[in-house]
Design a protein around this ligand. Sequence first.
Ligand code: DGJ
Length: 308
Amino acid sequence: MENNKNYLANGEIWRDTDGNVIHAHGGHILFWRGVYYWYGENRTGNRYVSVYASKDLMNWEFRRDVITTVTKTQEHRIKTDRALVTADGKKINIERPKVVYNKKIQKFVMWMHVENGVDYSLAACGIAVSDTPDGDFIYLGAFNPFGYMSRDCTLFVDEDDTAYFISASRDNADLHMYRLTDDYLNVDKLVNKLWQGEYREAPAVVKREGIYYMFSSYCTGWAPNQCKYATATGMENSWSVLNKIGDETTYRTQPAFILTVADTGSTYYFSDRWNGQNYDDSRYVVLPLTFDSNQNPMIEYLDQVTIR
Ligand code: DGJ
């Protein structure tokens, strides 16, 4: 058992408390009853999404492969495609899974990007639900929200519990923001179309001191590029133009999500350092996200980070 790490070494192989490589790429962290749950892509074997748990954000225990090729599926009130394998039995692609808790239905709801395993032409979003954060999720299928393409995505729940799904549309040219229904099981309204023609991917949202920040990358496949951020006074309000943050490759990373630590309120940029030639060898980079006196965000590269 390895259970005493007090820092994360950026770009190195990260292992769980059993010593196995952590596969939680393009992921998301949910804080629930004193425990952080880290969901992410796991493309090994028949797996799609795995979840790890930690109390200190540095020592991660493997909990479960929550979505696999044999995950249970269930009909949903909206028409969806529930296939978890292709017609000839091959794996599809599930990318960027994000999980939030819905108080009304008392379930954990996952939204993700679903592709057909052949090319990136399906451009759909998928949803799954579970009674517990690390239980077997039930897959409710994939669909195109209001008929739109939907690729790189994120979820954000505001302080009043209104949830938003944000995803790249029109072959990634525009970023769409959908307000979800109050059970988080469908899109309710397309509330914003952002940065038309600017090809933003990998969106990640955080709210701090009344300001909403959205980070995103440019669209260059698995290759890293300059992260940019924008701000707004409300999710459905106008967003600012995009501003650069970090260096021109964002220290060879692409955003996964922004974490706010429950006890301290400090924020961290969690990102992927993809390996396009050998996906399973992709790594993680986490950096403190700090703010200057004008509330402008900053990230600087560090080899090792202690989360506090
Ligand atoms: C960049 C995206 O951000 C990733 O999630 C993935 O879709 C790759 N492109 C595929 O090339």
